[in-house]
Design a protein around this ligand. Structure first.
Ligand SMILES: Cc1cc2nc3c(=O)[nH]c(=O)nc-3n(C[C@H](O)[C@H](O)[C@H](O)COP(=O)(O)OP(=O)(O)OC[C@H]3O[C@@H](n4cnc5c(N)ncnc54)[C@H](O)[C@@H]3O)c2cc1C
Length: 380
C-alpha cells in the first residue's frame, strides 16, 4: 500500500531513501531548509572562473562497496580521480599519508622499505607501554619528529584541543606506508562526478513520486500529515536542544581567487600550529579533466560550532557521548520517525557509507513498514 513519507533533508540520505521508496510506490515529500539540494555535498560552478566549487568543503568519492559504486554511476558519470595530499611543515612540502618518500624527505635518507621500517622502530617511544592518549599513541608509533611535523599542530587546529585530551583509539594502526604509494585512500573505487554532486542528486530526486520543497524548515508539528518521517537533520535539533547541544566542530572557508595555478595540487595541509588554517584546497584540481585559467581556493579554518554555525564534525568524546545517549533514549520513545544520516545519528559518515545506510534503511522500511524504529543504525 502506498504511504505518504516525509524526508527531512535533501542531502544524500534523504535523496537515496526517497528514491528507493518512491520506486517502491510510496509518495515522497522531501523538505530542506537550504535553498539547494545535495546537502553538504553541494557543488556549483563559479561564475567568474567556471571552476566546479565544492561549497561545503571538498568531497572525493571512494568506496569498496560495489553496489554503492554502481548506484552512483547510475546517476552520474564518474571520472577517474586519485586523491593525493601534500602538507607544508616548516619550510618544506611533504607527501602524505606518511610514506617512504616522506620519511626519506624528513630524514634526508634514501631508505628502502625494510630499512625505513627498521628506522621508524628506532624512533618509536618505547617508554610508553600502554598509550592512553592520541599523543602517546602517535609517539609510540612514529616518535617525536614525525609526530610534531604531521600530527600535533594539525590535530590541535582541527579539534581545538590538546592531543593529550584525545583518546589513543583515534590512531588505530601505524600511520605509515613503507612504499611510495601516496593515494590517500585504500578503496577499490575512487572518482569524481563529471558535473559535480548536485546534478547527481538532482537525478536521484527525479522521480514522479518525489516532490521537493526547498527553503522549508521542518518542525515536529509537520509530521502529522505523514505516515512516516525520515529525519536527516541534527538529532538534538529535533528536540529543540532540550537537553543541551551536541558538540561539533565547524569550518570557515575563506575563498580567494588566483590567476593560473595557485598551489599545483588539490589539497595542501598545513601542519604548523602557527599557521591558523588547516589546509588550502584548490578546487579546479578536483576536476583534472577540465581546463581553467583562473582558480578558486579555500583556506579552511576549524573552530567550535556555535548556535548559528553549520555543524561539520561531531566531537564524540565522553561528555558528548553521554548527552547523545540521553537523546537516543528520547528518540526511541518517538513513533513514526527514523533518524538517519550524519546529523540524525551524530556520526562522521563518508558518502559511500551514507548511501549504504540509506539503501539499507529504505530496505528495512519496505520490510517493516511503519513499525520501523527510531534508528536503523544505532548512533552509539
Ligand atoms: C568538510 C567535509 C568534507 C567531507 N569530505 C568527504 C569526502 O571527501 N568523501 C566522502 O565520502 N565524504 C565526505 N564528507 C562526508 C559527506 O559530507 C557526508 O557523507 C554527507 O554529506 C552526508 O549526507 P546527509 O544527507 O546525511 O547529510 P547532509 O548532507 O548534511 O544533509 C542534511 C540536510 O538536512 C537539512 N536539514 C537539517 N535540518 C533540517 C530541518 N529542520 N528542516 C529542513 N532541512 C533540514 C540540511 O539543510 C541538509 O541539507 C565530508 C564531510 C565534511 C564535513
Amino acid at each position: 500500500m502506498s504511504k505518504r513519507i516525509l524526508l527531512v533533508g535533501a542531502g544524500l540520505s534523504g535523496a537515496v531513501i526517497g528514491r528507493t521508496l518512491a520506486e517502491a510506490g510510496h509518495d515522497i515529500t522531501i523538505v530542506d531548509e537550504r535553498k539547494h539540494i545535495a546537502g553538504n555535498c553541494y557543488t556549483e560552478r563559479d561564475d567568474e572562473s567556471g571552476v566546479m566549487v565544492h561549497t561545503y568543503g571538498p568531497h572525493i568519492f571512494h568506496t569498496d562497496d560495489e553496489e554503492v559504486w554502481t548506484y552512483v554511476n547510475r546517476f552520474e558519470r564518474f571520472m577517474p580521480y586519485v586523491n593525493r595530499v601534500k602538507t607544508t611543515s616548516g619550510d618544506q612540502v611533504y607527501s602524505l599519508p606518511i610514506n617512504l618518500h616522506t620519511i626519506n624527505q624528513v630524514f634526508g635518507k634514501s631508505f628502502r622499505p625494510d630499512e625505513a621500517r627498521a628506522f621508524i622502530e628506532t624512533l618509536s617511544d618505547t617508554s610508553i607501554e600502554d598509550p592512553k592518549t592520541f599523543e602517546e599513541q602517535a609517539l609510540r608509533f612514529v616518535g617525536q619528529r614525525l609526530y610534531e611535523a604531521f600530527f600535533k599542530g594539525y590535530t590541535i587546529k582541527q579539534w581545538g584541543c590538546d592531543p593529550n585530551d584525545l583518546p589513543a583509539s583515534i590512531l588505530k594502526r601505524l600511520p605509515v606506508r613503507f612504499n611510495y604509494d601516496d593515494n590517500y585512500f585504500f578503496h577499490r573505487f575512487q572518482g569524481m562526478p563529471e558535473n559535480g554532486y548536485t546534478p547527481m542528486v538532482e537525478k536521484i530526486l527525479d522521480h514522479d513520486r518525489i516532490q521537493v520543497e526547498l527553503n522549508r524548515r521542518f518542525t515536529r508539528s509537520d509530521a502529522g500529515a505523514f505516515d512516516h518521517v525520515f529525519y536527516s537533520g541534527p538529532l538534538d535539533g529535533y528536540f529543540d536542544f532540550e537537553l543541551g547541544r551536541l558538540g561539533y566542530r565547524t569550518l570557515d572557508f575563506e575563498m580567494f581567487r588566483h590567476d593560473g595555478d595557485y598551489q599545483g595540487c588539490a589539497v595542501m595541509n598545513y601542519g604548523d600550529v602557527e599557521v591558523p588554517y588547516t589546509r588550502i584546497t584548490e578546487h579546479k584540481h578536483f576536476s583534472p579533466w577540465e581546463k581553467h585559467e583562473k582558480s578558486v581556493c579555500y583556506r579552511e579554518y576549524s573552530r567550535a560550532c556555535g548556535e548559528n554555525d553549520i555543524p561539520y564534525y561531531p566531537i564524540r568524546l565522553a561528555d558528548e557521548k553521554s548527552l547523545l545517549g540521553r537523546y537516543v533514549e528520547k528518540a526511541k520513545a518517538e513513533h513514526g520517525v527514523t533518524f538517519v544520516g550524519r546529523l540524525g545519528t551524530y556520526r562522521y559518515l563518508d558518502m559511500d557509507v551514507t548511501i549504504r545506510e540509506a539503501l539499507d534503511t529504505a530496505a528495512a522500511y519496505k520490510r517493516d513498514g511503519d513499525t520501523m524504529g527510531a534508528f536503523h543504525v544505532n548512533p552509539d
